[in-house]
Design a protein around this ligand. Structure first.
Ligand SMILES: C=C(O[C@@H]1C=C(C(=O)O)C=C[C@H]1O)C(=O)O
Length: 283
């Protein structure tokens, strides 16, 4: 990455309440942008092609020690998330030994599914990574995991006999928040591009505040892009949390602990948070 701060943009709608009102023109000379699905952003961040972005929370643990995460920003849910679904031909209780197709766009949710099926249910399924096309996935497997807008469209257009929301399943077992994405920043960029990073962090927090206040405009945008109903999108955005405070951190660190128990990550991980906490707006 050159002098500019390279920022990844998550192609899915779940980040829009944070990103939609981000004023790129104001920072034009200091930043550059790349848009991709989460798994691709994870890779770009790991190789240093970008400095910062809303990547899979799981990848924070994979690269522990190399990243910090921007204070007050995440994609989280306490209960149903509304866009991370297991589409299944059989009820969940009958998935022991099943073949599961996993979207190749995710890291957090595929490992969350492994935690749910293997640790919580005690099952031993087999997995195959696939492109996020529900019909092909279900031709080849008993159940399929999709995330983001792919999951939303699949639920509208190709409903499976059983559909499970992973945020809900996690909540049923733990009573905790689940954090799917974090705004991770490479530690070397914190050192070399600190002032641009401070401005970008402040602008994301400002944009998030505006997103909360003017959610109607974001809903109009996704309606034009994806269809659906205004009621659907309003519910969807209401069900997502975009803060990252103590409760979200506790939930995520418990997820990392579960992932370590299953050997999905090799070490215990505590989340290091960078930057000032968002100012609470007094009304
Ligand atoms: C809520 C979501 O959160 C996301 C899930 C991710 C993952 O599973 O790795 C990564 C980033 C977010 O886009 C979603 O994609 O539906």
């Amino acid at each position: 990455m050159g002098e500019r701060l390279g920022i990844g943009i998550n192609a899915y709608s779940n980040v829009l309440p944070v990103t939609y009102f981000f004023r790129e023109q104001r920072l034009e000379s200091k930043v550059s942008f790349v848009e991709a699905v989460p798994a691709e952003l994870n890779r770009l961040l790991a190789e240093g092609s970008i400095d910062l972005g809303p990547v899979s929370a799981f990848t924070y643990a994979e690269h522990a020690g190399k990243y910090e995460t921007l204070n007050g920003l995440s994609v989280s849910a306490k209960g149903p998330v509304g866009s991370i679904f297991l589409f299944s031909k059989r009820p969940l209780a009958r998935l022991d030994g099943a073949r599961i197709a996993l979207t190749n766009t995710s890291a957090t949710s595929i490992n969350l599914l492994k935690i749910i099926l293997e640790k919580f249910e005690g099952f031993q399924p087999t997995y195959e990574m696939m492109s996020p096309r529900i019909s092909t996935m279900l031709e080849q497997a008993d159940a399929a995991l999709l995330i983001g807008d792919h999951a939303i469209h699949a639920k509208w257009n190709e409903p499976a006999p059983y559909i499970y929301d992973l945020g809900q399943l996690w909540y049923n077992h733990t009573g905790m928040w689940m954090t799917f994405a974090l705004w991770c920043v490479r530690k070397n960029a914190i050192e070399t591009k600190r002032s641009a990073l401070q401005e970008v962090h402040a602008e994301f927090l400002r944009a998030k505040q505006q997103g909360t206040e003017q959610i109607g405009e974001i809903i109009d945008f996704v309606l034009r892009k994806h269809g659906g109903t205004e009621r659907f999108w309003r519910q969807y955005f209401l069900g997502l949390g975009h803060d990252f405070g103590l409760e979200q951190k506790q939930g995520l660190e418990y997820y990392f602990q579960c992932a370590q128990e299953l050997g999905l990550i090799s070490h215990a991980t505590e989340v290091e948070v960078w930057g000032q906490a968002p100012k609470v707006k007094l009304t």
